[in-house]
Write a protein that binds this ligand. Structure first.
Ligand code: CO
Length: 134
């Protein structure tokens, strides 16, 4: 069902500092910060030859990463994103197998302008999983 690893998302308490680590220390190509008010985050994309890392900073008062950063004050891996060819078919198949989809179960438009869904970490080895339609 799942295809490419689309990205690994890392929530960080200081987006500018994290961007410097990836740009200057690790020598990666990084994007400008992009506010995503619908998701409560500001994102910096780290472009790697075979995938991406997304640095997630808090945006606004109701950010979904606020609780995560409370528990992980230095930041940490927040989710991983796999591509699927058909997100509705993937959702329906996973639900049939008992997996929990977060929210109302309807895909939202994600950071790359494509439909995404999140799956409950308790069903996926303790890791929040994002599915993105390829
Ligand atoms: Co993501």
């Amino acid at each position: 069902m799942i295809g490419r690893l689309n990205h690994v998302a890392i929530a960080v308490p200081d987006l500018a500092a994290a961007t410097r680590v990836y740009k200057d220390t690790l020598g990666a190509s990084v994007s400008a910060p992009l506010d995503q008010p619908a998701h409560g985050v500001t994102v910096v994309f780290v472009n790697l030859p075979n995938s991406k890392v997304e640095l997630l900073g808090l945006l606004g008062d109701n950010s979904p990463v606020a609780k995560f950063l409370e528990n992980n004050p230095n930041g940490g891996i927040h989710h991983i994103c796999y591509e699927v060819p058909d997100i509705i078919a993937a959702r329906d198949q996973l639900k049939k197998q008992g997996a929990r989809v977060i929210g109302n179960g309807e895909p939202k438009i994600g950071a790359h302008g494509k439909p995404v869904l999140f799956l409950h970490p308790k069903d996926f080895c303790g890791t929040l999983v994002e599915l993105e339609q390829a």
